[in-house]
Design a protein around this ligand. Structure first.
Ligand code: MV4
Length: 449
């Protein structure tokens, strides 16, 4: 096992990783920008290194500084958390070239999944069901026209270098096609320096369901069920559930087994998430994430498996602590993302937390790096914490979540907690009846007016 791990991240996820390290008896190195000198992950780490000014491009994304911090402290491995350098294949390569283990999959697997055309081709080859669409890139207008006729309108043009919704264009009819196609290419070129695009059938009212997988890097793999992340706003997840209210255990085992087999055949190492759109009982692969995800705690809640512990075990070469047969899905979990934002407008609201009282009790987890007297810096993502609630079933989980939202006090800044108090009173939410567009429609009803 490693003696010392450097955590190349900040905020709640740096703390999350630090906790897993402590439980394994591994010493921790925090890195931080000058804006984060007072952060909880820095306070709790055994050592810390300041790696630059507030701007992420000069600190948390600064590869030479992070590699230098590894060398100075003698860290044997780097955990990248999520965001920042977590899906940067070059970072994984550079770290390993310096004799430091990257806690995550191989640079090659990161690279494949970062190229959305390559990712989809790989998924299909591995037996994962994909959205009907072009076989690879659509290289000319003539090909676009031919493909769209074959697929059937409406179609969606996606950037191969995109992901997370960036650079997507809809063509409802043949009249829209060339504009959508050329705009997608131009925007992709401008945003990513790559104009490769591909085409898919547009699914109208799907859910977003993702399967948590884990590869041992030696041809073995498991799945840990799915998460329903349909409640999003502008491609930002707001509320996630495990299990999905839309699936039964038969469907869960079936898609889970497909994903685990694919990941095993790929020789994948570490945590991964296979994202699907789900409509009319069918799964359609869209992307694979090669990192730990924000919403991983709901999977931990229903499986009682520490995913960061497993990531570290796999990276250290000691293998997973569980087999597929050991994994049971118990009860229901929901995560609410607490952002430092106005709940109605989503305007960022950094600043001083003057009072802080998180909820507690049975089945309640709050992952956050904030504390009373902490000043949220304005430079980073507005996620300041996550409320994760577990119950024996979905009804108990919802009742417990309502209680927790009543208890949660964060003063001095605005947060998204009031939005969750609206959602918990909604009948569609109570029934688990929502798709990827539900939240945006709900917000159009002006719930705070
Ligand atoms: C789609 C789609 C409909 N049809 N693909 C958006 C983010 C990216 N990961 C994939 N996305 C979508 N791909 C086809 N063929 C609709 C979306 C989409 C979406 C997906 C998941 C969660 C929220 C979403 C919101 C709008 C659009």
């Amino acid at each position: 096992m490693f003696n010392k791990i450097l955590i190349a991240n900040r905020g709640e996820i740096a703390l999350r990783v630090l906790r897993a390290c402590k439980e394994l008896g591994i010493r921790t190195v925090a890195v931080h920008s000058t804006a984060d000198a007072d952060a909880m992950h820095v306070r709790l780490a055994d050592e810390s290194v300041c790696i630059g000014p507030p701007k992420a491009s000069e600190s948390y994304l600064n590869i030479p500084q992070i590699v230098a911090a590894c060398e100075i402290t003698g860290a044997e491995a780097v955990h990248p958390g999520y965001g920042f350098l977590s899906e940067n294949a070059r970072f994984a390569e550079i770290v390993e070239a310096h004799g430091v283990k990257f806690i995550g999959p191989s640079a090659e697997h990161i690279r494949i999944m970062g190229d959305k055309i390559e990712a989809k081709r790989t998924a299909q080859r591995l037996g994962i069901p994909v959205v009907p669409g072009s076989d690879g890139a659509v290289e000319t207008e003539a090909d676009a026209v031919r493909m769209a006729e074959e697929i059937g309108y409406p179609v969606l043009i996606k950037a191969s270098a995109g992901g997370g919704g960036r650079g997507m264009k809809v063509a409802k009819t043949p009249d829209d096609l060339l504009e959508a196609y050329n705009n997608a290419r131009a925007e992709s070129k401008a945003a990513f320096g790559d104009d490769a695009v591909y085409m898919e059938k547009l699914l109208i009212t799907p859910r977003h369901i993702e399967v948590q997988v884990f590869g041992d890097g030696k041809g073995g793999a498991i799945h840990l069920g799915e998460r329903d992340c349909s409640l999003q706003r502008r491609h930002q997840k707001v509320w996630e559930e495990a299990n999905s209210p839309a699936l039964n255990s038969e469907q869960r085992e079936k898609i889970g087994a497909i994903c685990a087999k694919a990941v095993a055949d790929l020789g994948y190492a570490g945590a991964g998430t296979i994202e699907f759109l789900y409509e009319n009982g069918e799964f359609y692969f869209i992307e694979m994430n090669t990192r730990l995800q924000v919403e991983h705690p709901i999977t931990e809640a229903i499986t009682r498996i520490d995913l960061v512990n497993e990531q570290i075990r796999v990276a250290a070469g000691v293998g997973l602590s569980v087999t597929q047969a050991d994994i049971e899905f118990k009860g229901h979990a929901i995560e609410c993302r607490i952002n430092a934002e106005n709940a109605a407008t989503f305007a960022p609201s950094p600043g001083l937390i003057t009072y802080y009282h998180p909820p507690g009790g049975l089945g309640v987890r709050v992952d956050s790096g904030v504390y009373q007297g902490y000043r949220i810096p304005p430079y980073y993502d507005s996620l300041i914490g996550k409320l994760i609630v577990h119950g024996r079933d979905r009804v108990e989980c919802l009742m417990r979540l309502r209680r927790c939202l009543d208890e949660f006090v964060v003063d001095g800044i605005e947060t998204t907690i009031p939005l969750f108090r609206k959602l918990i009173d909604n009948q569609d939410i109570a029934n688990g009846m929502y798709d990827i567009h539900w939240l945006e429609h709900f917000l159009e009803t002006k719930p705070f007016d």
